[in-house]
Design a binder for this molecule. Structure first.
Ligand SMILES: Cc1cc2nc3c(=O)[nH]c(=O)nc-3n(C[C@H](O)[C@H](O)[C@H](O)COP(=O)(O)OP(=O)(O)OC[C@H]3O[C@@H](n4cnc5c(N)ncnc54)[C@H](O)[C@@H]3O)c2cc1C
Length: 406
């Protein structure tokens, strides 16, 4: 018997369990069918860029920065965030204007930022073609980290506060009676709770749809590559980059460069066709990895003139969840009392994790959320079939058009 059950131990679900465990609302349980942090978190590039054009998301990522400090203090151990800063780089007049407005937004939200010229960019990022840089804003406090470590830190802190963790325990059904959640069924039996949070990532709709709750999101593939180590070209202190004109981002990774390029056709996957575990599974045949790099990487190669001489060591593909309007899915459903969604991460669920967790825990505790989350209401698109190809194509198009980091 619990007071709240959270389904899914990714960064979002684990953060939700952590914040719930700090509220005075009783016993909290966190279920995951695999390991905590073993879903999308285990693939994430995990850039935690703070400034966003959609300003209502910034308080969510700023909450994650507060959580990093709180978790390290509570657990007495480092989460290993690397504070290398991030560079927003423009190679066209249009992007230069949007980076000017991003810099203004950063200042409004108290995010440290300053302009750097092309030579300064080159000094920080040795591989860049400084001739392509029209303007660049440097945000020195931005970090990246290992999302798996963050998910486990949230879960560990939640357990210290009394939450009960159930790894390797699949929830097979959300159980309801007379329009109200009564608990969840698992392979081990029934667990009662008046509140259930669906934070099952790519699988969220498989749990909500039997209760006739369509969540506006679908699993869509993301892809990035990692070069072989070359510390002279890719110093471990170099900042993350976001290059909208190349639909690309990068960060240092063990002496090499991790870089992502948005493929213009990001395939979607029906949640029922997702592999049981992601580990070791690629979502496309490996020869396509190189085709995508050659076909879609043209603009990135213009920013990186020595690219042809760099050896690529890895290509990583994984799924996270995208929504047709690129807004998250956070909040209750009027169809089922006690049901809350915390999903639809739009490829940013590491950066936004604490914001998701805090907002959902406040809603369940009957408090107003710390920031305006009305744009993320699960009901905002009305009725639709989240498993139809047409709907999933809209989610995939949202991913293909995404220009910011991660
Ligand atoms: C290639 C790639 C790059 C990315 N880069 C970034 C980035 O730079 N920055 C960023 O912020 N984000 C990034 N992301 C997104 C990030 O990985 C996710 O937003 C984040 O991990 C949060 O996901 P989640 O918690 O919603 O889902 P998940 O991490 O997938 O967690 C869902 C969990 O639910 C569990 N589950 C599912 N069904 C059940 C069930 N029936 N019963 C019990 N448990 C269940 C699963 O086992 C899983 O552990 C990236 C993702 C990918 C794939």
């Amino acid at each position: 018997m619990f007071d709240v059950i959270v389904i899914g131990g990714g960064t979002i679900g684990a953060a939700t369990a952590y914040y719930l465990s700090k509220q005075q609302i009783g016993k909290v349980a966190l279920f995951d069918k695999g390991t905590i942090g073993g879903g999308a978190a285990s693939w994430a590039a995990s850039l935690l860029t703070q400034v966003r054009a959609k300003t209502d998301t910034i308080p969510l990522v700023q909450e994650t920065y507060r959580a990093l400090e709180a978790l390290e203090a509570e657990l007495g151990e480092s989460i290993g965030a690397k504070r290398v800063g991030s560079l927003q780089i423009a190679g066209s007049k249009k992007t230069a204007a949007s980076i000017e407005s991003l810099a203004e937004i950063a200042t409004q939200f108290g995010i440290a930022n300053h302009w750097v010229d092309a030579q300064e960019v080159k000094a920080m990022v040795p591989w860049i073609n400084e001739g392509k840089v029209l303007n660049a804003s440097f945000m020195p406090d931005d970090v990246f980290l290992e999302a798996f470590v963050l998910a486990n830190a949230y879960a560990k802190a939640a357990r210290r506060n009394g939450a009960v963790l159930f790894p390797d325990t699949e929830v097979t059904e959300i159980v309801a009676e007379n329009g109200r959640v009564t608990g969840v069924r698992t392979q081990q039996g029934f667990y009662a709770a008046p509140f259930v949070v669906d934070a099952a990532g790519a699988w969220s709709n498989l749990l909500s749809m039997p209760q006739a709750i369509p969540l506006p999101m679908a699993p869509v593939r993301s892809i990035y590559w990692i070069t072989r180590p070359n510390p002279a070209l890719f110093p471990s202190t170099q900042p993350m980059t976001v290059i909208p004109d190349a639909m690309a981002y990068s960060r240092p990774e063990t002496g090499g460069l991790l870089f992502g390029i948005r493929d213009r056709e990001s395939p979607f996957v029906h949640p029922r066709e997702l592999p049981e575990t992601y580990n070791g599974r690629q979502f496309i045949e490996s020869e396509k990895h190189w085709e995508i790099l050659l076909d879609e990487g043209k603009e990135f190669r213009e920013f990186f003139p020595g690219f042809e001489d760099v050896e690529i060591a890895h290509c990583i593909t994984g799924v996270s969840t995208y929504t047709p309007d690129s807004r998250f899915v956070i909040g209750p459903s009027p169809r089922l009392e006690g049901f809350y969604a915390a999903t639809g991460c739009v490829g940013a669920g590491v950066a936004m994790s604490a914001g998701f967790g805090r907002a959902v825990s406040e809603l369940i505790a009957g408090q107003p959320p710390f920031t305006d989350i009305s744009a993320f209401a699960p009901t905002r698109l009305g009725d639709f079939d989240p498993f139809s190809d047409g709907f999933m194509e809209q989610c995939s198009a949202a991913r293909a058009n995404k220009k910011d980091g991660g």
